[in-house]
Design a protein around this ligand. Sequence first.
Ligand SMILES: [Zn+2]
Length: 323
Amino acid sequence: MPTKAAAPKPKARPKGPPFNLAKAAAAARAVSANELGQVPVLMIHRVMAKPQYPLDRSTKELYDEFTGMAKQGYVPVTAAEFVAGKINIPAGRHPVVLTFDDGSITHADFDGAGNPKPDTAVAVIQRVAKENPGFRPVATFFVNRDPFYGGSKPGVETMRWLTRNGFEVANHTTNHKDLSKMSRAEVVKEIGSDEKMIEDATGKPSTTFAFPFGSLSRAHLDWAQRGTKLAKWDFQGMFLAGWKPSDSPYAGSFDPRQIPRIRDKEKIKEDDCKRYCSTAWLEWLAQNPDKRYTSDGNPATIAFPQDKMIYLYTRYKEWACPY
Ligand SMILES: [Zn+2]
């Protein structure tokens, strides 16, 4: 059984329903809103013109995939926004979370004028956003020690550039080791030292975390989430490697400490990508629109068809807008 941690706090929402329920429900129905639907969280590694390893993606593949998502009405939100339930996107649109692991130079590097180099992940995201108004240029970068090593700027400056430009930099441990085999002290050191590096660079603690290799021990969940008395942090969301879309953060089944992600890859035979990687899942979500998260465009409500009421996490019932 997944352990239920503190769910995201609905602090962004006003207390009680300030909305006219009949009017909000009619608006939600008009766009078939389903804010209890599933959300793809993509897990991406290196991005380059010519991929070298199986986890790599080509710049063109990434550009084509993101452009396709933009045309389907997907709007990126960061991992931090997602776990906080701040999915403020227009009516009829679908959230997607773009996550990049391991702080590769292929994610963020800069030319002599200080602009992102065209083959980097950041440049691809910004280009797709420019060409498709409404596609927010945001993503989350889970980093380890020496992030963006070998780039034109020191890692500290790249982390600052990212946070200044609306991107999220978050914790992926210092040495990228399998935490499930470690003692409590080692786990705390691995996460705490990465946390210190990020906070020193950006001035802010991380609010999200990704387990290296998606590997965790249930016994570690509490320490991994909050640290100890001596070294404290407070992750609102912890991400796995996974193989399926995430439940909505408003669903009772959402476990903020074990959020699945989807490997970003076309339908190749290896690793069951024909079913479990991003191309396959994006197709499945397009073919099953009633299972996909669709916004009603109203941040004051959580809208969904009446028959999905059973999936709502009860703490959110004040904001419920069934139709
Ligand atoms: Zn990793």
